[in-house]
Design a protein around this ligand. Structure first.
Ligand code: SF4
Length: 374
């Protein structure tokens, strides 16, 4: 009988964290958790005989579990079975990430539309290849005023527009729908100061109502409800920080920075946007999760976008001053039983950054995962 081999699908990427791995299904935009030891074996024998894989799995588990793993991997189409002669017929996924734009995303706070028009902010961004705009309107803007503002820019080459606005008295479902119909590039509307939290989508537009005020920090902070699995985010995250990469922020007074709460590089009233795109401005773009302490040990690192501002450490790596709600050393979120902050899992060293305490982590994991504390 012909010996069959297995191959990992190129669009499935197995990403190891400190405690466990994740299979990123980049086509189906979905994921599953796997043990790190299984991922090691899958990578080691990728393209080899299925029997090798089975034997290696039996060595770390037993025959029944080995078979269950293989059945699961085939059923989920994470691996496929093929005759040996065809094993080299498949091309590899190109992991390079390039965006043909100097700036790809812009956040613009708007209090004064004449500033936007006088300094040709939107036209400058269009010339830089910007494709995604987020307008954050102050509370003086009702939906009619926003509509008039957007009508001037309909012919420019943006792909999508997000709107942040306040829930003002005349806002209702009818005029929101009419607004969406007239502005087909809008993909998301966030409405603040509303009486209740709710989501009410219309066609392809995600419409989110928040009781809260403009608390942008809480909207984008790393959060398992905000994770996205797709090939673009995955590839971008391999090399760049997907929140900061090719992003620009212009506040209501015209000050230009990477994003809200970041260092200011100039003012739109005196500075052309293109002139500030130097290495200093691009510094945060390269702060990928692989170059960031703690995140580099996290299995979510290529699906997680968060707006904390990375700082550079002495050894060239990045770190965050504020902790994340997830502890990758014990695979526990803050709201889950057994969670302890990352600080209890290691120590900070001026040169080496965060150093995981392996004995302490092993004890914690034994308690959480082996003694039924979960
Ligand atoms: S540790 Fe880093 S990568 Fe993991 S969830 Fe938190 S912010 Fe995201």
């Amino acid at each position: 009988m012909m010996e069959m081999h297995y191959k990992i699908h190129e669009e499935v990427r197995f990403v190891k964290g400190f405690m466990r791995a994740i299979a990123y299904d980049l086509n189906r935009c979905d994921y599953d958790f796997l043990p790190n030891s299984l991922v090691d074996i899958l990578h080691k024998y990728n393209g080899n005989s299925l029997l090798y894989l089975e034997k290696a799995l039996i060595a770390i588990a037993n025959k029944t579990i080995a078979k269950e793993y293989i059945d699961f991997l085939i059923k989920k189409e994470y691996i496929f079975i093929i005759e040996r002669e065809y094993i080299n017929q498949f091309s590899c996924l190109n992991l390079e990430f390039n965006l043909p734009s100097h700036i790809f995303t812009a956040i613009i706070d708007i209090e004064d539309t004449s500033m936007v028009a006088n300094y040709k902010i939107i036209e400058q961004l269009n010339d830089l290849g910007c494709k995604h705009l987020l307008f954050r309107f102050s509370n003086q803007f009702d939906i009619e005023r926003i509509n008039v503002f957007l009508s001037k820019y309909k012919t420019l080459g943006f792909h999508s527009i997000g709107i942040w606005m306040y829930s003002l008295p005349l806002l209702n479902t009818k005029n929101i729908k009419a607004f969406c119909m007239q502005n087909v590039k809008i993909n998301k509307i966030s409405i603040f100061n509303h009486k209740i939290n709710k989501q009410n989508n219309f066609k392809t537009v995600e419409i989110q109502f928040y009781k809260a005020n403009w608390t942008d920090a809480t909207i984008c902070l790393a959060n398992r409800n905000n994770f996205h699995i797709n090939i673009t985010l995955f590839l971008e995250s391999l090399t760049y920080n997907p929140y900061f990469n090719k992003k620009i922020y212009i506040d209501k007074k015209g000050f230009i920075s990477n994003a809200p709460y970041c260092m200011i590089f100039g003012n739109i009233k005196t500075t052309n946007i293109a002139s500030i795109l130097n290495e200093d401005f691009k510094f945060l773009w390269a702060a990928s999760k692989d170059k960031t302490f703690i995140c580099k040990d996290c299995e979510y690192r290529y699906m997680c976008v968060d707006n904390r501002i990375p700082k550079k450490s002495n050894n060239g790596m990045f770190f965050f001053e504020n902790g994340c709600n997830y502890n990758p050393y014990i695979a526990r979120w803050k709201d889950q039983e057994g969670y302890v902050p990352v600080e209890e899992c290691g120590t900070y060293d001026r040169e080496a950054g965060f150093v995981p305490g392996k004995t302490k982590i092993a004890e914690l994991n034994k308690r959480i995962w082996c003694e039924g504390d979960n």
